[in-house]
Design a protein. Structure first.
Length: 168
């Protein structure tokens, strides 16, 4: 069983060298680093096979997750900027990363709270599930999510101004 503690999870270099992958069996997938920093064009939460098994298209790149707990704000995400800086440093709250079977599980520590996150794909469908569970806490926890969306071939790169999305 794969199981990393704070020694790996809290070290940005070590946590970005370790990657996870889940698939749907028809060519779609989700993948990334355990730190949450996207380091490859093939990383994302939903790379759908629109014409299975071909037509792989990045639709959801990642979630920027923020927890508010006991009056404090804890970013759980991390993004590498063009200048190489990684902000915020949400990986520092990552207590543990493990695989349960083929499902990646992150455990975040925010003060005395423990929040687990799981990611998996529905077999035979271009659907990624992300599930959060508050495992421990002495106060209410609020979770805020910002979805970073895109629409590009999984081999391509997106540059500023390339995508004009319209939401209905």
């Amino acid at each position: 069983m794969l199981d990393f503690g704070r020694d790996i999870c809290g070290d940005l270099a070590a946590a970005t060298r370790r990657e996870w992958l889940v698939t749907n069996g028809i060519g779609g997938y989700a993948s990334g680093t355990i730190a949450g920093v996207l380091t490859r064009r093939y990383h994302g939460l939903l790379l759908a096979a629109l014409k299975p098994p071909l037509g792989r298209t990045l639709l959801a790149a990642k979630l920027d997750e923020t927890v508010t707990y006991a009056g404090q704000v804890y970013p759980l995400h991390a993004n590498r900027r063009v200048n190489g800086e990684v902000t915020p440093d949400g990986f520092r709250h990552l207590e543990r990363f493990r695989l349960e079977g083929t499902t990646p599980v992150w455990t975040f520590a925010c003060a005395d709270a423990l929040l687990e996150k799981r990611v998996w794909m529905q077999p035979g469908a271009n659907t990624t599930y992300i599930w959060y569970q508050l495992c421990r806490g002495s106060a209410p926890l609020a979770l805020s999510l910002a979805v970073l969306v895109n629409h590009r071939d999984h081999h391509a790169l997106t540059r500023a101004g390339d995508v004009r999305l319209q939401a209905t």
